[in-house]
Design a binder for this molecule. Structure first.
Ligand SMILES: Nc1ncnc2c1ncn2[C@@H]1O[C@H](COP(=O)(O)OP(=O)(O)OP(=O)(O)O)[C@@H](O)[C@H]1O
Length: 245
């Protein structure tokens, strides 16, 4: 019998099933993400990664089991749990005809949050968005720059939880390194991060723990050693083995 250890989790899936069609998409999924941890849910196409994120955002209702944020069932406390989460879709949904600053001001005003120009500038600096772009229309931005803007917005919203969907797909190696550095810094400052990805190497670079997802079930977990990173080859072997099993 699998024993589920209680570890003061911020994000928790326990015996989570999501059944939109046949066969069910998520089947008794169990994982926990602690405060300050980067957890990568790794899986191939159709494994159920986006479905998992959407369930934590309250867009899918669990058929059985639980999807909890800070011990609250997501579907029972939708406003509270959504307010705590910064969701970064694969392609950040910001307005191209507005500048980064205007986007930030607009989304903060929608959330009724007041921040000074200094606060906004500091957030841009923290995510290392180049200064000459701050007041430029976002249609001129690369994907990496759009992501930085989305993270700056999350910082200004003071969201303690980040849900990231394939965050490094389409980024060049330098942008990936910058992004990973930013994610590690967020975690060090106490943010809790759940990312979903099919990129074994990328997950190993940034995650404290990796959960291997296949057909809606967790089929393995890998922990980073103290002061080290998860071994890419080991995860790759497990990923390939499970995918071809
Ligand atoms: N709303 C839905 N209705 C029916 N089937 C769905 C729905 N959403 C997802 N699925 C199915 O559930 C499975 C998992 O989809 P999901 O998008 O979660 O996978 P994924 O791991 O994110 O895949 P990818 O890496 O290709 O984006 C797929 O077979 C998909 O077709």
């Amino acid at each position: 019998m699998i024993k589920i250890q209680k570890i003061n989790s911020v994000i928790e899936a326990s015996s989570l099933c999501v059944d939109i069609n046949t066969p069910p998409i998520l089947k008794t999924l169990n994982f926990q993400v602690k405060k300050g941890e980067v957890y990568a849910l790794l899986g191939g196409n159709g494994a159920g990664k986006s479905t998992t994120l959407k369930t934590f955002l309250g867009f899918n209702i669990p058929t059985s089991g639980n999807a909890k944020i800070d011990d609250q069932e997501v579907t029972e406390a939708l406003d509270t749990t959504r307010e705590k989460c910064a969701y970064l879709p694969e392609s950040a949904t910001l307005y191209p005809h507005l500048t980064a600053r205007e986007n930030i001001e607009y989304f903060l005003s929608l959330a009724n949050i007041r921040k000074s120009q200094d606060d906004i500038n500091q957030a841009f600096q923290k995510v290392a968005l180049q200064q000459d772009a701050w007041d430029r229309h976002m249609q001129t931005y690369s994907k990496g720059m759009r992501q930085k803007t989305a993270i700056a917005l999350a910082l200004l919203r003071e969201a303690p939880i980040f849900l990231l969907d394939e965050p490094t797909s389409g980024l060049d190696p330098v942008a990936i390194d910058e992004f990973n550095h930013l994610v590690r810094e967020l975690a060090l400052s106490g943010a809790t991060i759940l990312m979903v990805t099919h990129d074994v190497y990328g997950a190993c670079q940034v995650a404290d723990r990796i959960g291997l997802l296949r057909n809606g079930e967790l089929v393995g977990e890998f922990d980073a050693p103290e002061n080290g990173r998860i071994d890419t080859e080991e995860v790759h072997r497990a990923f390939a083995q499970k995918e071809s099993a």
